[in-house]
Structure formats: structure tokens, C-alpha cells
Design a protein around this ligand. Structure first.
Ligand code: NAP
Length: 284
């Protein structure tokens, strides 16, 4: 059996095992995908144990997804790192090659872009964009948003220095695309964006949306990278101010689809699986 997993701490909430099982079923790929809780500070040991235990059972461990808080650790254990993961400084997908080497990638950003462009049908070329937050997940999405042709990207964060350093790291890419890339403090953000992406954990903390409603142009798309109850506050706020609100479930399925394609060379029907997952969660 070809074996994959998601590693995190906590990890019991992860929808990835269900998503990948459904991809495998629909694409006739004979794989198993498990959930592995890894002790804090022991990511490399977690990877070694996954590979060793699979070999002892006669299975082949071929890759894993990485979630909070290990996205930075994962970047340091790979022998090969994709350009987008290097730029992000964070990794969510590992592939174990036949020669034993580990290849690292980051599919979070392209997952977000694909959800916005393919599922929500909002092209990003020429658009003005506000990204709130500068944490691990936010780092991975900036490059793909610029690659998608956004004309102006503003990064705002509670700790403004983190936004500044993220913007500095992506300055050459922005220049290459002829895009404007700026860092702002949350309380000084200008107005009228076509797209606002919330990549902060503020609603988890029960706090209000950390920017004013002037950021939303009428009819703007407002995406929270979270889903479920954690996204509710931001989505309500966005709708109340004339925006089209979207949660992070589509990004979750689309980043998984990219990982699946990296591992199996097959593109799964992500829009169908997103519809099914939404229906499952609504019925739960
Ligand atoms: P992280 O590294 O912990 O970063 C958290 C961010 O939230 C930081 O920018 C932090 O600002 C900000 N923040 C926290 N509390 C705040 C508050 N009360 N007010 C204002 N800002 C606040 O988290 P992450 O890994 O980037 O993930 C961000 C969110 O995206 C998470 O909720 C995660 O579940 C979600 N996510 C979704 C997907 C998906 O597929 N849908 C994938 C990855 C992540 P400071 O820098 O000032 O601390």
C-alpha cells in the first residue's frame, strides 16, 4: 500500500484524511492516508517514525501534509525545496522520493488562488488586494497571488514588522510582475479593495475583524482562510458591508488537490469534492 499522512499538533480536527480518501476513490488510486499527532519539537522524529513503521508493515510511505505548528520545521528537513516554498519559508507538502530524498513544496497559496479563480470565478489579474495577517499560512499565499497578476497587494498585520519583512522578501517578485506591494499597520490600511483575504487568527481569539469596513469595495470578494464557526464573524462582517463572503474550505480542498497531484501525477476533481465536503459539514 502507498501511504500518506497529515502531521500536526493538534491534528484530530483535520479534514485532510477524508479529502484524500475521496480523491483516491474518484481517481482509482490505491492509497491510504492517515492522521499523525506529532509531539511538539519532534517533527523530524515524527517523519522518521512514519517511514520506519510503514516499511515494517511492508507499506511504502511516499509523502505527507504538514499543518500547524510544523510548517517551518518541514522546510528545514528537506533535501530539495520548491521555489514557492523557499519564498514562503514554509512547507505544507513533503514527497519522499525513491532515492530516499525528501522534496518540499507549499500548495497553500496556489490552493487559495485556484479556489478564488476557479471555484468563486473571480479572476485576480489587475485586481487590488488586501491580505490581513503575516503568519505561516499567509507567507505561502503572497507569491501565488502576485503570480496570478494582482495589480496591487497590501499586507497588513498587527505586528507590522512581520508584514514589512514579508513584503521585502517578495519585492523582487512584485517588481517582476509590475505589481505594487506594500506593508501597512492594521489601523492605517487604506480603502476600497477588490479582494480582502483574512489570514489572521483574530476570530479564534474571539476578537473583532481587525480592519475597518472601508477596506471593502462594494461587491468585493472577502475570503477568510478559516472555515466552520471560526470564520463566521468575518463572513458576517463582510456581508454586512456589501461584500461577497467566502470561507477557507475551498482553499483547503484545492491545496489538497495540488498535493495529491504532486504525489500521484493525477488531478483530482476538486470542485466535486468541495461540494461533497460542504454538504457533509452542513449535515453534521
Ligand atoms: P499564525 O502563523 O499563527 O499567524 C496568525 C496571524 O494572525 C498573525 O498574523 C497574527 O498577528 C494574527 N493575529 C492573531 N490574533 C490576532 C488578533 N487578535 N488581532 C489581529 N491579528 C491577530 O497562523 P497561520 O498559520 O498563518 O494561519 C492563519 C489562519 O489561516 C489560521 O486560522 C489557519 O487555520 C488558516 N489556514 C487555512 C488554510 C486552508 O486551507 N483553508 C490553510 C492554512 C491556514 P501577529 O503577527 O501580530 O501575531
Amino acid at each position: 500500500m502507498d501511504l500518506y499522512c497529515v502531521m500536526g499538533n493538534p491534528v484530530e480536527h483535520s479534514r485532510s484524511p477524508w479529502i484524500h480518501a475521496r480523491f483516491a476513490e474518484l481517481c482509482n488510486q490505491p492509497i491510504a492516508y492517515e492522521r499523525r499527532l506529532v509531539a511538539l519539537g519532534a517533527f523530524a522524529e515524527g517523519i522518521a517514525a512514519f517511514r520506519r513503521e510503514a516499511a515494517e508493515r511492508g507499506d511504502r510511505a511516499l509523502g505527507c501534509n504538514v499543518t500547524v505548528p510544523f510548517k517551518f520545521d518541514a522546510a528545514s528537513i528537506a533535501q530539495h525545496t520548491s521555489e514557492r516554498a523557499t519564498l514562503a519559508g514554509a512547507v505544507n507538502t513533503l514527497r519522499f522520493a525513491a532515492d530516499g530524498d525528501i522534496h518540499a513544496d507549499n500548495t497553500d497559496g496556489i490552493g487559495l488562488v485556484n479556489d478564488i479563480e476557479r471555484n468563486a470565478r473571480v479572476p485576480l489579474a489587475g485586481k487590488s488586494l488586501l491580505r490581513i495577517g503575516a503568519g505561516g499560512a499567509a507567507a505561502g499565499v503572497l507569491g501565488p497571488l502576485l503570480d496570478a497578476g494582482a495589480a496591487r497587494v497590501v499586507v497588513a498585520n498587527r505586528t507590522v514588522d512581520k508584514a514589512v519583512s514579508l513584503v521585502r522578501r517578495h519585492a523582487a517578485l512584485a517588481l517582476a510582475h509590475g505589481a505594487s506591494l506594500e506593508a501597512w499597520a492594521l489601523d492605517a490600511v487604506p480603502g476600497d479593495f477588490d479582494l480582502v483575504v483574512n489570514a489572521t487568527a483574530s476570530s479564534l481569539a474571539g476578537d473583532a475583524v481587525p480592519v475597518g469596513a472601508q477596506v471593502l469595495r462594494q461587491g468585493a470578494l472577502a475570503v477568510d482562510m478559516m472555515y466552520g464557526p471560526a470564520a463566521a464573524g468575518f463572513l458576517q462582517w463582510a456581508r454586512a458591508h456589501g461584500a461577497v463572503a467566502r470561507d477557507g474550505l475551498g482553499m483547503l480542498v484545492e491545496q489538497a488537490a495540488e498535493s495529491f497531484e504532486i504525489w500521484r501525477g493525477v488531478r483530482p476533481p476538486s470542485a466535486q469534492v468541495l461540494d461533497e465536503l460542504r454538504a457533509r459539514l452542513a449535515a453534521a
